[in-house]
Ligand binder design. Structure first.
Ligand code: PLP
Length: 409
C-alpha cells in the first residue's frame, strides 16, 4: 500500500469526517455493501443538476445536447475503463439488473427446456433468483457448485462435473461474504472449451482489480457503480456484439423503439434496444467521474492496500477468543471482506456494540442465504475495507472488538 497516499485520498471523501450522534467518529467498514463517494463524483452530479439538467436524446436544444453528450461520454469512459467497446455496454441499475437482463434478454430467448445453467453456492441472490425464475418459466435446470467448507473455495472438481452438458455458467468474481476471489480465468476457459456461455458477476471484483472485458473473454460481465466510488442506481452489462444480436428486449417503452404504431412496434438495434425510458443521466455522469478518479491509481495498488488491511484484520481477529473467521483474508487474491462470528455474542448484538464505537459493519445473510446454509450459520458479521481505510482504523476496531468480547461473552 506504499504507492497510495491514503491521507490525501481520505481528503477526497467528506463523509469520512462524519461524527455520529453518540459523538464517535465514523469508521466505515461496510464497503462491500457500498463504497463512499469522492467529492468529484458528488460535484459532477450536482453540476449536471445545477447547470445542464435535461432529458437526453429527446430534443434539439442546448441543454439536451449537453446532457446527451455527457451520457455518451460517460459510456466511453466507463467502457474504456473496463476494456470494452462503448456499443457493448448496456447501462443498467446495477449488477442486479444486468443479471436479470441476461436472464430475460438472452437466456429466455436462447435456452430451451432441459438446458443447464451452472451457478454456485456462494452467489449473491442477484445471481440465483433470476435463474430460479427462468427455471420455473422455461424448465431449465439450475445446478449449484458447492464450496469446500474448510478452504471456503469453490469445489472445482464439482464444477467440472456440473459443466457437463451445460449451456450457461454464472459465477461471482469475488464472494461478497467470504472475500474469496474465484478462479474466473480458469472457469471461463473451461466453460468455453465445452461451448458454454459465461456470465461473471463483477459487483465485488470491480472495486478491487482491473476488469478487462476483452481479455477475460466472458460473454457477460455484470457491474455496479456504487461499490467502486460511483453513485447508487447505475451499473452496466458488458457483452459482445454476437450476444447482443441474440438478445431480445427485456423492458420495453420509450427510447428503445424505432417505430410505434397501433399495429405494433419495431426496436432499435444494439445496446439501445436494452436502454428503455429516461436514462440515468446524473448517475452515469457520476460514474464517469468515479472511473476518472480511480484512473489516477493502479488497481493493483488499491488491491494490495486493501488486502494488507484485510489480512492484518483477519489474522488479529482470529486471535481473539470466541471469534471465528469465514474465508481466507490472508490469501493474496482475497478482497477486503472479512466475515466473522463470535461463538456466544449474537451477530446483531455484536454489530450494535461495534456501532456504539463508531464502527459500521454489515450483519445478516448478505443476500447469500444458500451460502449461509452451506456454512451452517444464519448470518455473519462482515467488516469490509477499501482504499481509504487505514491500519489505525483497524487497530481501533480490534481494540473495541476485544473489549466487547471480554465484557459480553
Ligand atoms: N452481486 C454481488 C456479488 C454483490 O455483492 C451485489 C451487491 O451487494 C450484487 C450482485 C448486487 O448489486 P446491486 O445491488 O448493486 O445491483
Amino acid at each position: 500500500g506504499q504507492m497510495l497516499d491514503i491521507k490525501s485520498i481520505r481528503a477526497d471523501f467528506p463523509i469520512l469526517d462524519r461524527v455520529l450522534p453518540n459523538g464517535k467518529k465514523l469508521v466505515y467498514f461496510d464497503n462491500a455493501a457500498t463504497s463512499q463517494k469522492p467529492q468529484c463524483v458528488i460535484d459532477a452530479m450536482s453540476n449536471f443538476y445545477e447547470n445542464y439538467n435535461s432529458n437526453a436524446h429527446r430534443a434539439n436544444h442546448t441543454l439536451a445536447d449537453e446532457a446527451s453528450s455527457a451520457l455518451e461520454n460517460a459510456r466511453s469512459q466507463i467502457s474504456n475503463f473496463f476494456g470494452a467497446k462503448p456499443e457493448n455496454m448496456i447501462y443498467t441499475s446495477g449488477a442486479t439488473e444486468a443479471i436479470n437482463l441476461v436472464s430475460y434478454g438472452w437466456a429466455k430467448n436462447n435456452l430451451q427446456y432441459g438446458d443447464v445453467i451452472v451457478i454456485t453456492e456462494m452467489e449473491h441472490h442477484a445471481d440465483i433468483v433470476p435463474w430460479q425464475e427462468l427455471s420455473k418459466e422455461k424448465g431449465v435446470e439450475v445446478r449449484y457448485v458447492p464450496i469446500n467448507n474448510e478452504t471456503f473455495t469453490l469445489d472445482m472438481e464439482a464444477f467440472e462435473i456440473a459443466l457437463e452438458g451445460a449451456s450457461l455458467v454464472c459465477v461471482t468474481h469475488t464472494s461478497n461474504v467470504l472475500g474469496i476471489r474465484n478462479p474466473i480465468e480458469k472457469i471461463i476457459e473451461m466453460s468455453k472449451e465445452v461451448g458454454c456461455k459465461v456470465l461473471i458477476d463483477c459487483a465485488q471484483g470491480a472495486p478491487h482489480e482491473k476488469i478487462d472485458f476483452e481479455n477475460l473473454g466472458a460473454d457477460f460481465l455484470a457491474i455496479s457503480a456504487h461499490k467502486m466510488a460511483g453513485p447508487t442506481g447505475i451499473g452496466c452489462l458488458l457483452t459482445s456484439t454476437e450476444r447482443i444480436q441474440e438478445m431480445g428486449p427485456f423492458m420495453t417503452g420509450g427510447s428503445m423503439i424505432k417505430t410505434v404504431t397501433t399495429n405494433g412496434s419495431t426496436f432499435k438495434d444494439g445496446h439501445a434496444m436494452f436502454e428503455t425510458g429516461t436514462p440515468r443521466i446524473a448517475e452515469a455522469i457520476g460514474w464517469g467521474a468515479a472511473v476518472e478518479w480511480l484512473d489516477q491509481f493502479e488497481m493493483e495498488d488499491i488491491h494490495s492496500h486493501v488486502h494488507e488491511i484485510a489480512a492484518f484484520a483477519g489474522n488479529e481477529m482470529e486471535k481473539i477468543p470466541g471469534i471465528k473467521i469465514f474465508g481466507n483474508p490472508s490469501n493474496k487474491d482475497s478482497s477486503g471482506a472479512v466475515s466473522f462470528l463470535h461463538d456466544s455474542i449474537q451477530s446483531q448484538d455484536l454489530a450494535l456494540l461495534l456501532d456504539q464505537g463508531g464502527y459500521a459493519v454489515r450483519t445478516g445473510h448478505h443476500c447469500a442465504q444458500p451460502l449461509m446454509d452451506a456454512l451452517g450459520v444464519p448470518s455473519t458479521n462482515r467488516a469490509s475495507f477499501w482504499i481509504y481505510n487505514t491500519k489505525e482504523e483497524v487497530d481501533g476496531f480490534l481494540e473495541h472488538l476485544k473489549y466487547i468480547c471480554e465484557r459480553f461473552s
